[in-house]
Design a protein around this ligand. Structure first.
Ligand SMILES: [Fe+2]
Length: 468
């Protein structure tokens, strides 16, 4: 593969070409692996199998999951591609057949005639991996999720027992209610501007649909739950499928329209509340909660749409900062304040506090100038009680992934949990970092060093109780 034309396939963004299984003897362990964890840390991400025609980070690339399994202080590692129909079709033909979400390509007739995947939009399955209701799912927001086995082998597309209809695109960012175990999710469609909240119970059975109408299809990536609401941001960012098919820049940003914030009652009855403020974009929420009749949302603010069709033009370097937004249902007033001046992304919390008042947010952060496609070299902790932001730096050239809060099974306290993320540090290699959530001064309590690389990727989760 010649990847020199693709800025976001350089360095630790470059793909790997192997599926690997490493026993504990093949992993080098530094420090002490927590002995009371049973489950798996998994992270999804793009990993192109063939040289792409066009590549819009962070959206393109075949999904690959990297997993570290934990039991009684022992660990093992696996990585696997998600065997999507697009990837399997390309493997059959031995070359790239599909374009990117920024530049779609017509599928060759010979591919369709041979029974290959006819949809020009690649279901990458590259965005998130989640374990809920006993199902392990690799998710991508433009289509159905893929069901995986615990060993990361692919079962196939998953439609929640028929709850998803052809054309439904299930978000890769559902939230799990810690009180009910409900998965609060949503579907959107390429052929409709509307949005449907979809709720699945703790066993993964569909239980509720709440439709929300929009005049125009927006790019809505994440959602946040609070006690009574589902909150979404409707930024003036749009994707035109027609433009993408014509090879034109399909990403549209119309800041004069401002950003609308919609609070949808989780009960399914009552009016949605709509708030309006200056235009901004966000990929990710940190958490949200209600207090004193107001709704607070902590999230990563970006000043405009963070990608374009042109590659390596620098829009990815736009400031990203932790913000706290407060919505007042009585006055419809919005206050939107920067919490920290640290460059950050991929914000997470102790999910036992999801939708509730909490103390700590975590995110991947950068404390150096944003060179071309360098990634993030720190894990950050945002203390919403004291206002302090603390960073643990892995090295000036390191790349640190999304930090996941893994609860300590023997404690209810946020600070007793573990913060896990994959890191690649030149000279040190790839490792799973395990920080103590309560101690960002002394660095990782353990590093599980993985031979070879774990490329930069997207979202990770802790799969409680999942074993091989
Ligand atoms: Fe995301």
């Amino acid at each position: 593969m010649d990847l020199s034309a693709f800025p976001y396939l350089q360095g630790n963004y470059a793909p790997i070409d192997e599926e690997r299984d490493y026993s504990e003897e093949q992993l080098r362990i530094e420090g002490q692996v927590p002995a009371n964890l049973v489950g798996a840390f998994m992270r999804d991400g793009p990993n192109v199998a063939f040289q792409p025609n066009h590549y819009v980070y962070p959206l393109d690339g075949d999904g690959m999951v990297h997993a570290v399994y934990f039991r009684d202080g022992h660990v093992e590692y696996k990585n696997r591609w998600v065997q999507t129909s697009h990837l399997m079709t390309e493997r059959k033909f031995g070359r790239t057949l599909y374009g990117s979400v920024g530049k779609l390509m017509e599928v060759p007739q010979e591919v369709i005639d041979a029974g290959g995947e006819p949809n020009p939009v690649r279901n990458t399955a590259n965005t998130n991996v989640l374990y809920h209701g006993g199902k392990l799912l690799a998710m991508w927001e433009g289509g159905f999720p893929h069901l995986l086995n615990n060993d990361l082998s692919t079962v196939g597309l998953y439609d929640y027992g028929g709850a998803l209809q052809p054309g439904d695109a299930l978000t890769a960012h559902p939230k799990i209610c810690p009180d009910t175990g409900d998965l609060v999710s949503c579907t959107q469609r390429w052929d409709s501007p509307n949005y449907w909240v979809q709720v699945f119970d703790a066993k993964g059975v569909h239980k509720q649909t709440i439709p929300v109408e929009f005049p125009r299809k927006g790019i809505i990536h994440d959602l946040q739950i609070t006690e009574n609401y589902i909150v979404i941001f409707y930024a003036p960012s749009f994707h035109s499928l027609e433009k993408a098919m014509k090879g034109e820049d399909p990403f549209i940003w119309e800041p004069e329209k401002g950003t609308r914030i919609i609070a949808i009652p989780r009960s399914g009855s009552g009016e949605n509340m709509v708030f309006e403020t200056d235009a901004f974009f966000s990929w990710h929420y940190c958490n949200g909660f209600e207090q004193g009749g107001k709704i607070h949302i902590d999230y990563v603010w970006i000043n405009s749409i963070p990608f374009t069709q042109a590659q390596g033009t620098g829009v990815e370097k736009q400031p990203r900062r932790m913000y706290r937004m407060t919505l007042d249902p009585a006055t419809k007033q919005v206050t939107n304040e920067q919490f920290s001046d640290v460059f950050c992304e991929f914000s997470r919390v102790d999910e036992r506090r999801m939708g509730k008042d909490y103390r700590y947010g975590f995110a991947t952060c950068s404390n150096r100038d944003w060179g071309d496609a360098h990634g993030y070299n720190c894990t950050g902790r945002f203390d919403f009680e004291t206002g302090e932001t603390k960073l643990w730096e892995y090295g000036p050239e390191a790349n640190a992934g999304e930090p996941v809060h893994v609860p300590n099974p023997d404690s209810e306290r946020e600070e007793d949990g573990y913060i896990m993320c994959y890191v690649f540090n030149p000279g040190e290699g790839a490792f799973l970092s395990i920080l103590s959530a309560g101690d960002f001064d002394n660095g990782p309590v353990a590093k599980i060093h993985i031979p070879g690389r774990v490329p930069n990727g997207f979202h990770a989760n802790w799969m409680q109780g999942l074993c091989l």
